[in-house]
Design a protein. Structure first.
Length: 128
């Protein structure tokens, strides 16, 4: 029996900026690569934390849509920020983006992110 995985590729989110896939599905679980605040139409990184965060959430919506998923299918997020002082902005965005019960979440400060981004979010989702 061979290992079965489905590669996710869509124009509804930015193309990968490196040697990775936008996402992979295996047994009904969707592992999406980290999203930074790049507009998929212009390939430009948005300016500032809140603008990048808003674009990331739009990108996540695009990935979900491409897989016939919704925000309710998200089970875990991992957030990387270059300044943990922006944590309150993350919480504010979550109250608008998600409904209770919220998915599991980790948030860590990192020294740098690709393309000079100040926030990155990766998402896991599941059907079922």
């Amino acid at each position: 029996m061979s290992f079965q995985k489905n590669i996710i590729k869509t124009d509804l989110a930015p193309a990968a900026v490196g040697t990775y896939s936008q996402g992979v599905e295996h047994n009904g679980v969707y592992y999406f690569s980290g999203q930074i605040g790049i507009d998929p139409k212009t390939s430009q990184l948005q300016e500032g934390f809140t603008a990048q965060l808003a674009q990331i959430l739009k990108n996540v919506d695009g990935l979900l849509e491409a897989c016939s998923l919704t925000r309710e299918n998200i089970i875990k997020t991992t957030i990387f920020v270059t300044d943990l002082g922006n944590f309150n902005y993350v919480n504010e965005a979550y109250t608008e983006y998600f409904k209770d019960p919220y998915p599991a979440r980790s948030c860590v400060e990192v020294p740098a992110l690709p393309k000079g981004a100040v926030v990155e979010i990766e998402v896991m989702a599941a059907k079922g």
